[in-house]
Design a protein around this ligand. Structure first.
Ligand code: ADP
Ligand code: XUL
Length: 558
């Protein structure tokens, strides 16, 4: 049997092409981080004029896009930064990455030829300027495809049927409905498209100098893949667009090799020719890998531009809420996930409006106010929300005759505003009461054995304390909040090992018995507190869900 250890001097590079930035993490063979780099789109590539990495199209309701050329330029720039940081590219045995999920890139006919013949003396951007048939890629924040979602669900026999096949009912941000919009509204553009990539397979394509396959895990975020059989679903393809299978190419498991790194990067940065590019996947699936989530009772909460709650399961239970994806590191298992669009940017909006633009003031307000917020409940949506499907707007309520002891069946009164400290607490309590409620409804463990928090806002210990109080469990974090690029680097090592063995190797093989000595180690941040507080939050959660139901009946957009 082949020696299944990582060569002592080897390095593994992981990227995270996310909404606001491109990040990189490099792991050594002991699985310790040796360097990280970041390119922030708005500030470092200002001529694309994005805000938070995106354009919000004011002329089309819910249309949110990003320029793929910006992602291309960011890749060149981050390699330059890694080079300046003296990364020895020759030691990098494999590269993988995470992409923001669902976003789609439309390659113009003839682009595979451009990819294959890139000139290493010129920047990527210059050579790929005319490679896209759609100049602005729809991304996960987009909610402009309500009509297409309904059409696809109707064509396959309803929302539950689509969920049974693909792991999710139709969602506006999912790639299938987005493709259908191009197909029905811009037939000539669809026709001139040679290949459609996800953000993940798009970035992998740049690295191998050819079209990369879509990975089976990220592919499940398209409403196009049969999640059990891990192949394209004929019914979903037919419901979406004509001639689609050919434009999507093949699916591949996350642990597979996409190809060798292209001559472009060998010549420009000094990689060895046999450096492997392992299939890229979605940011949430790679976070699951980076957090080494492998116990069904554990939940992860990622607090980035989106908030997500995810865990693992052996079963595929179709549901009208949440998503089921193949587990990126377990060919037999699944990952289950809930996604919120109102997350860090909404927290920033309230921080700027009520807390002098300062996380310190924001945190002081969280400390000053009481658990359950004296019965003040808030719903804050600066973007059209996914869960629940509510439009932009704020709704504030006070529970009448509030007392912690008698929370059941009390009436709520709508109000226009709260004082700033109550507003901050209402936001955070609201966001996590909603997560607990929907996680329970989706069949996730309750209470979880533990929560592992990640993403930019997991650096905020006041938020972590509230998560612990609401869910009633311990909260852990990893050394750095970017588990998506860490997970990608780990998956690069995993893919390299699988390639060496010629078949799948369990990923735990890489860190079994030595997790504590690696950068993957999770540390306890907040110990679970008083159980009574968590059960009071449980009652408040029920009140909140009653109000949420009424809001959805009145305003729901889907
Ligand atoms: P992405 O999903 O784009 O990868 P990140 O995980 O990098 O996003 O998270 C970025 C977000 O982290 C920022 O928008 C910011 O609001 C949030 N953040 C950073 N520090 C804090 C903090 N101390 N408290 C709350 N949020 C924070
Ligand atoms: C997942 C989702 C978001 C993006 C953010 O379904 O839409 O979490 O992956 O990058």
């Amino acid at each position: 049997m082949a020696d299944l250890s990582l060569p002592p001097d080897s390095l593994f590079l992981g990227f995270d092409s996310s909404t606001q930035s491109l990040k990189a993490t490099v792991l050594n063979s002991d699985l310790n981080i040796i360097t990280t780099q970041l390119v922030h789109f708005d500030s470092e590539l200002p001529y694309y004029k994005t805000k938070d990495g995106v354009y919000r199209d004011t002329t089309v309701n819910g249309r949110i896009v990003s320029p793929p050329l910006m992602w291309v330029e960011a890749l060149d720039l981050i390699f330059q930064k890694l080079s300046k940081a003296n990364l020895d590219f020759k030691r990098v045995l494999a590269i993988s990455g995470s992409g923001q999920q669902h976003g789609s890139v439309y390659w113009q006919k003839g682009s595979s030829q451009i990819l294959k013949s890139l000139d290493s003396k010129k920047p990527l951007k210059e050579q790929l300027e005319n490679a896209f048939s759609v100049k602005q890629s729809p991304i996960w924040m987009d909610s402009s495809t309500t009509v297409q979602c309904k059409e696809i669900e109707n064509a396959v026999g309803g929302a539950m049927e689509l969920s049974k096949i693909t792991g999710s009912r139709a969602y506006e941000r999912f790639t299938g409905p987005q493709i259908r919009k191009v197909f029905t509204e811009k037939a000539d553009v669809y026709e001139s498209t040679e290949r459609i990539s996800l953000v993940s397979s798009f970035m992998a394509s740049l690295l191998i100098g050819d079209y990369a396959c879509i990975d089976e895990t990220d592919g499940a975020g398209m409403n196009l893949m049969d999640v059990k059989r891990r192949c394209w679903s004929k019914a979903a393809l037919e419901a979406t667009a004509i001639g689609l299978e050919e434009k999507l190419g093949k699916l591949a498991p996350a642990y597979a090799t996409a190809g060798f790194i292209s001559h472009y990067f060998v010549e420009r940065f000094g990689f060895e020719k046999n450096c492997l590019v392992v299939q890229w996947s979605g940011d949430n699936p790679n976070s699951l890998a980076g957090l080494t989530l492998s116990t069904p009772g554990d939940l992860a909460i990622s607090l980035g531009t989106s908030d997500t709650v995810f865990g693992i399961t052996k079963e595929h239970q179709p549901s009208l809420e949440g998503h089921v994806f193949p587990n990126p590191v377990d060919p037999e298992g699944y990952m289950v996930m809930l996604v919120y669009k109102n997350a860090s940017l909404t927290r920033e909006e309230i921080r700027d409006r009520c807390a002098e633009g300062s996380w310190d003031v924001f945190n002081k307000y969280l400390q000053q106010t009481q658990p359950l917020n004296d019965g003040k409940l808030g719903f804050y949506y600066t973007e059209n929300e996914i869960l629940p499907p509510l439009p932009v707007g704020s709704h504030r309520y006070i529970l009448e005759n509030f007392s912690v002891e008698s929370l059941q069946g009390v009436k709520e009164r709508e109000v226009d505003e709260f004082d700033p400290p109550s507003e901050v607490r209402a936001l955070i309590e609201g966001q996590f009461l909603s997560k607990r409620a929907h996680a329970e409804r989706f069949g996730m463990p309750s209470p979880p054995t533990r929560i592992i928090a990640t993403g930019g806002a997991s650096a905020n210990e006041n938020i972590l304390s509230l998560i612990s109080a609401i869910f009633g469990c311990d909260v852990y974090t990893v050394q750095r909040p970017d588990s998506a690029s860490l997970g990608a680097a780990l998956r690069a090592a995993h893919g390299w090992l699988c390639n060496k063995k010629g078949s799948f190797v369990p990923i735990s093989h890489l860190y079994e018995g030595k997790l504590e000595t690696t950068s993957l180690n999770c540390k306890l941040k907040v110990k679970a507190g008083d159980e009574n507080v968590a059960s009071s939050y449980g009652l408040l959660m029920k009140q909140r869900m009653e109000i949420e139901k009424k809001l959805v009946e009145k305003l729901g957009h889907f």
